[in-house]
Design a binder for this molecule. Structure first.
Ligand code: FAD
Length: 401
């Protein structure tokens, strides 16, 4: 069948793209093809809010079923797009069904990076990305006492907090000296590690799992330093790989992600890409990048949808991101690269304050550490891009709660 719009992917980007399209075209037919069992839902709560009782599974869907009916969006769930012909403007799914389009969006996101360790394919090694992964863990909660979480990034830290809160003993292993090492200044990273230890988590730094053995229902994870962690369940959170296969095979430009311009267009004028999978020009930071965060998925997806419907909107948004680590939480904007010079202004040392990421005297990134309400201010500061003294930066911080 032929559609005016086909969206490949069923995540937050896809959901926002529908809104973007409908803001400019009330009628054009829309097909969304998604591999998942569920229509788009909020992913971030899967590793935090649902575990701490701050949200329920029922609150996860982005839109209720009526929305798709009312907006006349055809959902093709449990369906994978397997081939794309940009010259013919056609896409094929895994049942061999052919779909024609006028405009296509690739909102294919990313899938968990697999562990590079001997025996990593055994049954007890899991990854975490989708609602199905959460439902699996929920169903198996009574079947294990101890979990080994691999990776000191957001997913590893959040799942460690979630499982600890659920009464499990957790060992968290990460390669660097402290978790979130690419983002946090050293003193803050070590503080986070300590906060986790105080909650009873066994923190194993500067080590990596190199192999797994199974014996009598237990998993023995061998580490590079010669240690062994014995556990019942392994959860790996070692990043994602952008799902670019379809785009690459179709001959679209792909670098660190599917390359798009500031109107979310790929190298083919009828194909757009957005969200986790897209490498886009960040007009404020002045370089191209790929962002794996919720705000980017929502805003970039909406802009792509609008532009598919002819809106001609330049994408100028500066996305923010956030995380919750037990009772520590943050919001962040811009380039949070721990190799930049960082300058912290604490209201309460290491517990509450603002960290500036500096290129010379110019603010490139802002970390709002347990300090809320400052995202718009931080965006403005990064956009301004002017040199400031430390005293000027400290004086510029607004009242945060
Ligand atoms: C557990 C978890 C917690 C997170 N927490 C935070 C947070 O606290 N803060 C934050 O800012 N961000 C967070 N994120 C990141 C944020 O959720 C993502 O950036 C965002 O959801 C990406 O949306 P997306 O639609 O671009 O990609 P995805 O969510 O990856 O969606 C892509 C969709 O496309 C489907 N798909 C892929 N290829 C095909 C194909 N060929 N055919 C059909 N379907 C296909 C996939 O199955 C999937 O449904 C979190 C992510 C996870 C997993």
């Amino acid at each position: 069948m032929d559609y005016r719009y086909v969206i490949v992917g069923g995540g937050l980007t896809a959901a926002s793209a529908i809104e973007g399209i409908r803001a400019h075209d009330r009628e054009g037919s829309i097909l969304m093809i998604s591999r998942e069992n569920f229509p788009p839902y909020q992913r971030p709560p899967l590793s935090k809010e649902v575990w701490f009782g701050r949200t329920t599974k029922e609150e996860l869907p982005v839109h209720d079923d009526a929305f798709y009916r009312e907006q006349r969006v055809e959902l093709a769930l449990r369906r994978e797009a397997v081939e794309l012909d940009v010259a013919k403007r056609r896409v094929w799914d895994d049942r061999g069904i052919e779909h024609g389009y006028q405009k296509l969006l690739l909102a294919t996101g990313g899938s968990p990076r697999r562990l590079n360790a001997e025996g990593a394919e055994i049954e007890g090694v899991h990854y975490f990305r989708e609602l199905e992964d959460y439902l699996f863990l929920e169903r198996h909660l009574d079947h294990f006492e101890h979990a080994l979480v691999i990776g000191g990034g957001f997913i590893g830290l959040e799942l460690t907090a979630a499982l600890t809160h659920a009464g499990k003993h957790v060992t968290l292993i990460y390669q660097k000296e402290y978790p979130l090492a690419n983002i946090l200044p050293r003193d803050l990273g070590l503080f986070v590690a300590d906060a986790y230890r105080q909650r009873g988590v066994e923190m194993v730094s500067e080590d990596a799992v190199v192999g797994f053995d199974e014996a009598q229902g237990l998993i023995h994870a061998r580490t590079a330093s010669g240690g062994v962690v014995t556990t019942q369940l392994v959860l790996a959170g070692v990043g994602i790989v952008p799902e670019t296969d379809l785009a690459e095979a179709a001959g679209l430009d792909v670098d660190h992600g599917i390359v798009v311009d500031d109107f979310c267009r790929t190298s083919d004028p009828h194909v757009f890409a957005a969200g986790d999978v897209a490498e886009y020009p960040d007009l404020v930071l002045g370089r191209s990048r790929r962002v794996e965060h919720r705000d980017q998925a929502v805003q970039h997806g909406r802009c792509a949808g609008a532009n598919m419907a002819g809106a001609g909107q330049r994408y100028e948004h500066t996305p923010f991101f956030y995380s919750d680590l037990f009772d520590l939480g943050f919001e962040a904007v811009g380039d949070l690269d721990s190799s930049f010079t960082t300058e912290a202004v604490w209201r309460e040392p290491l517990r509450k304050g603002v960290v500036f990421y500096l290129n010379g005297d110019v603010v490139r990134g802002v970390l709002l550490w347990n300090a809320w309400g400052g995202v718009e201010w931080a965006r403005g500061l990064i956009r301004e891009g002017r040199a400031m003294t430390g005293a000027e930066r400290a004086a510029a911080i607004p009242a945060l709660h």
